[in-house]
Design a protein around this ligand. Structure first.
Ligand code: UDP
Length: 194
């Protein structure tokens, strides 16, 4: 796969179908995949904060938005083949996915994940939300949150804690999270809540 490599941050040049294939493959093989939608803001934060860049090393990063596309043109001599932003891509993936999948929604203000779960159940009846938790839990409750996710053992964990919080959370805890696809989704739960 072609990629944009900048200071240790590596963004894959995938098409939407290739990305869907990678997600489906991880789900079907029950292998773990950490996915990040890398926009210019996230890239800048990673370039300015080596610890954040290091935490992204285990991720499949895809390109989200015009800013990173311009970066690609500048440093790599070509644009990304497709713009892959999470707020469009995740709903499209869930719609395209006929195999039933389970989801855990982590993040956003209290009540938002519950509302998002109700809407997802209407939109994608083949899938099932098996747990929710808001994104403002105290540090002391981390173990309870992780235990809740693991008890649900979701196929897909959507993490909406903003950048860098969501990718840092995934990078730090993925090894002890029982979920197949883990992805940082920004404000998706707010949108899905309506
Ligand atoms: N969020 C959260 N906990 C936090 C910070 C943010 O749950 O400590 C949620 C926030 O409520 C929103 C999502 O993360 O649903 C994205 O937040 P924001 O737009 O501030 O982050 P960005 O993606 O713009 O960095």
């Amino acid at each position: 796969v072609d990629r944009l490599d900048l200071e240790g941050v590596s963004v894959s040049d995938l098409t939407r179908d290739e990305l869907f294939g990678r997600l489906r493959d991880a789900l079907d093989r029950r292998a773990q995949l950490c996915l990040g939608f890398c926009n210019a803001n996230m890239l800048l934060k990673a370039l300015c904060t080596p610890a954040y860049a290091a935490s992204l090393r285990g991720f499949l990063l895809v390109s989200d938005g015009l800013g990173i596309d311009l970066c690609s043109a500048l440093f790599r001599g070509r644009f990304f083949r497709q713009n892959l932003n999470g707020t469009d891509l995740i709903p499209a993936f869930l719609a395209a996915e006929t195999a039933p999948r389970t989801l855990f929604l982590l993040g956003a203000r209290p009540g938002i994940a519950e509302a998002a779960a109700r809407n997802l159940a209407l939109l994608y009846p083949q899938h099932r939300v098996v747990g929710v938790r808001d994104g403002y839990f105290p540090a002391g409750e981390l173990e309870v949150v992780l235990a809740g996710i693991n008890a649900a053992s979701p196929d897909i964990l959507l993490v909406a804690l903003g950048n860098p919080g969501q990718e840092t959370f995934i990078a730090e805890h993925a090894h002890r999270i029982d979920a197949r696809v883990l992805m940082g989704v920004g404000a998706l739960l707010d949108y899905a809540a309506g």
